[in-house]
Design a protein around this ligand. Sequence first.
Ligand code: FAD
Ligand code: FES
Length: 278
Amino acid sequence: MYPIVKKSMLTPTMAMMHVKAPWVARKAQPGQFIIVRLGEEGERIPLSLSGWDREEGTLRLIIQAVGATTRQMVALKEGDAFTDLVGPLGQRAHGLGTGTLVVIGGGYGAGAVMPTAREAKAEGRRVIGIVGARSKDLVLLEDEMRSVCDDVLITTDDGSHGIKGLVTDALKRVIDREPVGAVLAIGPVPMMRAVSALTRPHQIKTMVSLNAVMVDGTGMCGGCRVTVGGQTKFACFDGPDFDGHQVDYDELALRQRMYRPLEALALDHLCHIEKAMP
Ligand SMILES: Cc1cc2nc3c(=O)[nH]c(=O)nc-3n(C[C@H](O)[C@H](O)[C@H](O)COP(=O)(O)OP(=O)(O)OC[C@H]3O[C@@H](n4cnc5c(N)ncnc54)[C@H](O)[C@@H]3O)c2cc1C
Ligand code: FES
């Protein structure tokens, strides 16, 4: 069992958890992820590492409730535990060149970019953070981002905090004002696609973390197949980071929608259980 030693809610649907898993914490590298399971029959859920403490032997996870299983996970309390946890999985963050690095996080991506941002800063690079959210109350980890980066731009869809608009509006400002060596974008597929479209004409190296549907996380099942530069890759093993200019986003979005009817059934089932609870 993998106990949750600390938990807080970042937004009404997003939890930050510190989970005890000493040997994973010992080996973790920026860009890597884990797969966790709740219960013996539970679904396998891939989660990015947003940090770790090698001394305490803990991992920091940020979990967004989107479907049946992640809703159950977000409802866990301190002292509860994950049944299984495997990792660290995937390749360490790579391909980010030299010069100023812009890290862009949407949703849980604000946490997922943090280890890479910290490492780049420690290497002496100029690091600019961009965090996007729908509104002010949904902006994640702003203070932490400010403590890691040389400059931080916040965007909100409704203009309640920072720049009114999307992360691409903030990125455009940065590109217009200074040379950018590379961009790392982690968040929803449409966000990563839009960032890649913006940087392509400027020939700015752009890496994205592909949240393809995963099962085993080891390159054996083929569930996370993606096409990058016309070649078949496994997001869990070859990635999750890939060159954003080479990703077939249409195929990725299509494959993510493949299990929608089953996901709706699972959510409906959970809602019935929740209603029946005292
Ligand atoms: C490498 C990687 C890192 C991730 N990191 C995080 C993270 O740090 N925090 C976080 O909240 N989420 C993260 N995700 C996404 C998270 O795994 C999915 O939201 C979760 O699996 C959905 O499970 P569910 O049963 O609650 O929802 P479901 O009802 O099963 O699905 C809801 C939606 O989530 C997506 N999804 C479903 N199953 C998977 C799967 N196995 N892998 C990826 N996406 C899926 C689909 O788009 C689906 O429409 C990551 C995914 C990957 C691949
Ligand atoms: S999840 Fe099975 S091959 Fe990647």
